[in-house]
Design a protein around this ligand. Structure first.
Ligand code: DAH
Length: 353
């Protein structure tokens, strides 16, 4: 076959292969097979030297013409394939804007945190500030400095989780070096009195721990808010007025309060405060066990010994203190029958608040 015929059939075959290429990868294979270093058309260019002189010019022109045609065909097919591939990629990544969105579940504040903040805000409104103390505490702050020396019966009122119990260690000063999970926030009173001179008006929220088995009215971990006022001329009247105001803010103006004598080692006199039942309004019902009253906090005048141990002169200053259980307030406010429900993390329950 004459060289020009060979080139003509190479041209036809190559153009067919180009239009048959289904992807830019296929097309590149065709390009390499024809125009690459050892491509079929390249071989003709390389072989020019062996041709008789008179044929070189016309064969050379034909080879160049074929190359130009092949290059143009390659570039226009490449443009077609690129456009198709781009369109396919766009299709594949398409977002169906008509699909309904997936809504994000919004959390809410936990009831325990909300009540804690509500209580603190009532006292912030009276000019108190908020103080914090450690949850891992020493025996001194949790008991001794609160007028409950070693072997004092009040220590057995609260079952304690000991972190480091040195009662068997003969070299330890008895009691002083025990480390425990605080059973009450009352120890924050001592930290504050050690760090700050009167006048003191603080509330101290935080977690406390007791070796109790969880049941409807007990939790091994719960939340308290301690209150402490130390100033000149503070009386039991101030205590009553303040806590009555607090109960009305928390539970409603129509609620009544009553103070019952009680015992706490760090206050003298001490009292427990009841608020009138919100369900029966004092008539007696199941919620208040027929009494018409619900117990909500402990309080009293700070014992002079406690002031003295923390470096405050009881001749110059007096004060009152109180401790509220947050979970209990939450349950009374929303008629929750079982404290454990607050900690179970059941969203159907928690979302109601
Ligand atoms: N710390 C007491 C308890 O956990 C509650 C309490 C009672 C705190 C009387 C006080 C108080 O500050 O004055 O049972």
């Amino acid at each position: 076959m004459a060289i020009t015929d060979e080139l003509e059939s190479l041209r036809i075959q190559t153009l067919e292969a180009i239009s048959a290429a289904a992807s830019s990868g296929d097309l590149d294979q065709v390009r390499v097979a024809v125009l690459g270093k050892s491509g079929t058309l390249t071989a003709y260019l390389r072989g020019m030297g062996q041709l008789p002189k008179e044929e070189r010019a016309s064969v050379g022109k034909t080879v160049n013409d074929v190359r130009k045609i092949v290059e143009e065909a390659l570039s226009s097919r490449k443009a077609e394939l690129d456009a198709a591939e781009l369109a396919a990629a766009i299709d594949a990544a398409a977002v169906d804007v008509t699909l309904p969105g997936r809504s994000q579940q919004m959390g809410t504040r936990h009831l325990i945190n909300r009540i804690t903040d509500e209580v603190c805000e009532i006292f912030l409104g009276l000019g108190y500030s908020v103080a914090y103390g450690p949850e891992v505490e020493t025996d001194y702050y949790n008991f001794t400095a609160l007028n409950a020396p070693q072997d004092h019966p009040s220590r057995s009122m609260q079952d304690t989780f000991y972190v480091l119990d040195r009662s068997g260690d003969a070299s330890a000063v008895k009691g002083e070096s025990d480390v425990l999970l605080r059973t009450q926030t009352s120890g924050v009173q001592v930290h504050v009195m050690e760090q700050q001179k009167p006048p003191i008006y603080i509330v101290a929220p935080g977690k406390v721990y007791r070796r109790d088995v969880a049941d409807p009215s007990h939790l091994p971990q719960f939340t308290q808010i301690e209150g402490l006022v130390v100033d000149r001329g503070i009386t039991f009247g101030d205590l009553k007025g303040t806590l009555d105001y607090f109960c009305k803010q928390m539970f409603g103006e129509e609620r009544k309060t009553r103070f019952r004598a009680h015992y706490f080692p760090f206050t003298e006199p001490s009292a427990e405060v009841d608020v009138s039942c919100g369900i029966c309004h004092g008539e007696g019902c199941r919620m208040c066990k027929g009494t018409g009253w619900l117990e909500i906090l402990g309080c009293g005048m700070v014992d002079p010994n406690v002031l003295e141990m923390s470096g405050i002169d009881p001749e110059e200053y007096s004060g009152f203190a109180f401790g509220v259980g947050v979970e209990r307030v939450a349950c009374l406010k929303y008629n929750v029958p079982d404290l454990r429900m607050l900690l179970e993390g059941d969203m159907r329950f928690l979302r109601q608040f």
